[in-house]
Design a protein around this ligand. Sequence first.
Ligand SMILES: Cc1cc2nc3c(=O)[nH]c(=O)nc-3n(C[C@H](O)[C@H](O)[C@H](O)COP(=O)(O)OP(=O)(O)OC[C@H]3O[C@@H](n4cnc5c(N)ncnc54)[C@H](O)[C@@H]3O)c2cc1C
Length: 501
Amino acid sequence: MTRAEDVAGGGPLAERHAVVIAGGGPTGLMLAGELALAGVDVAIVERRTSQDLDSSRGGGLHARTIEVLDQRGIADRFLAEGQAMQVQGFSMIPLDISDFPTRHNYGLALWQSTFEPILAGWVVEFDVPIYRGREVRGFAQDDTGVDVHLAGGQTLRAGYLVGCDGGRSLIRKAAGIDFRGSDPSTSWLIAEVEMDEEPEPGIRRDSVGTHGLGRVGDGGPVRVVLTERHLELTGDPSMRELREALVAVYGTDYEAHSPRWISRSTDMTRQAASYRRARVLLAGDAAHVHPPQGGQGLNTGVQDAVNLGWKLAQVVHKTAPESLLDTYHAERHPVGARVLHNTMAQVALNRPDDRHQALRDIMTELLSMDEPRRRIAAMLSGLDIHYDLGEGQPLLGRRMPDLDLDTADGPTRVFTLLHDARPVLLNLGEPGGSDIAPWADRVRLVDARHDGVWELPVIGEVTAPAAVLIRPDGHVAWVGDLTDPELPRALATWFGAATPA
Ligand SMILES: Cc1cc2nc3c(=O)[nH]c(=O)nc-3n(C[C@H](O)[C@H](O)[C@H](O)COP(=O)(O)OP(=O)(O)OC[C@H]3O[C@@H](n4cnc5c(N)ncnc54)[C@H](O)[C@@H]3O)c2cc1C
């Protein structure tokens, strides 16, 4: 039996861990895997007693998330369970990315309720304890760590606490971090129910908004999305409310019954003012909430985790200073802000009146043109994310393309080199000529050849560099040739001071 199963349902707690993660949803699981891969003693405290969800929630993965999973060698597990397709849409205006320069030039239709158990399966392989059926009730931090208080009176000691505890995050509130943004203006009822009468499938627009009905799989329940006439805020809608809302839109409730789940979501849009308070960090929905348009929440949370994991691991191992953690906020807060911004625009574009319809018609026309389509689709799919690492070669701060490589050990590809989440200095020039001995315990030097072009989404073809320094999250930290005096500086910035000879 694995250790995770040992503690499932609330077995004995270890007294201390280097990192405790509050919340074992997509973000917490991904972060736990990243930390465990880097050899950090990490545990998850999760309120749910199993990985089951009370609704299917997120409907899919975008291309960059598939790439990120590919960087860890686990993308196939998800691809095998979902359906690869063009899932990107701006306010439901479809955007095709099949011409994008990536192996994953598509999205994956995969319910969150399927995604989470697969990801949890990966985490369990590292023996990460998942303390299920446990709830974090508060914490107190000091200069050396954090006491994490659980329901039932127990306390865990952690070096760092990460709040991956969703939009209503207790960690965020207890840390006193502002959650700034816009109050909700619209609400949607979302449900899966049985219907005795066959419903009319597809999207319907009326003076209230956009509604949709469709069967989940062959002969499965009907998934219902209804814009509500008036903003409703209670989290627990009833079957009666759903039936009434169906009648208001379709003139019939299609004899709906036996709900698998019914939930309500709104267009509330808020972001944590800071992703870090000393030894406490936030990631995923705990750091940003927004309406589901564009399907970006889960994807953004998973990518937050991949940005934070290797940085926190180095700080825990004391190979890098704590200030490295500030780059997590500096890089991911703007990404979150951009997601909030585009979801607000998508909600506005969906307003049901004639003027918004006119705007929508024009946007539809614009997005049928190549350049606007590429830009917006690259944003929604996460393929254009660019961390501000200074001026220079376009690769700097962007995701490293998954090039085919020839090495002394045979053919490979860039993402395979990242499976163990260690940084890679990829030398495409003459072998030798660099002494990275002071970082050799942390950074892997790979001599390789690549004969094809280098192409980035939106940017297009870029000049092939002599060498690139690739961070464990797959972003390029430095570009140049191995004699560049900036290289030791980049190595020290991202992977800590040189080890003395
Ligand atoms: C209808 C709907 C459709 C969506 N569609 C998409 C989509 O297509 N694509 C997409 O990317 N996103 C989508 N999302 C958003 C996505 O579901 C979320 O962004 C995602 O679940 C966030 O993951 P998370 O791990 O950050 O938070 P959560 O999934 O909320 O996980 C938080 C976890 O913390 C646990 N927890 C909370 N408080 C405590 C505590 N005090 N102690 C211990 N445990 C605690 C919870 O039990 C939960 O397991 C959708 C959401 C909804 C509602």
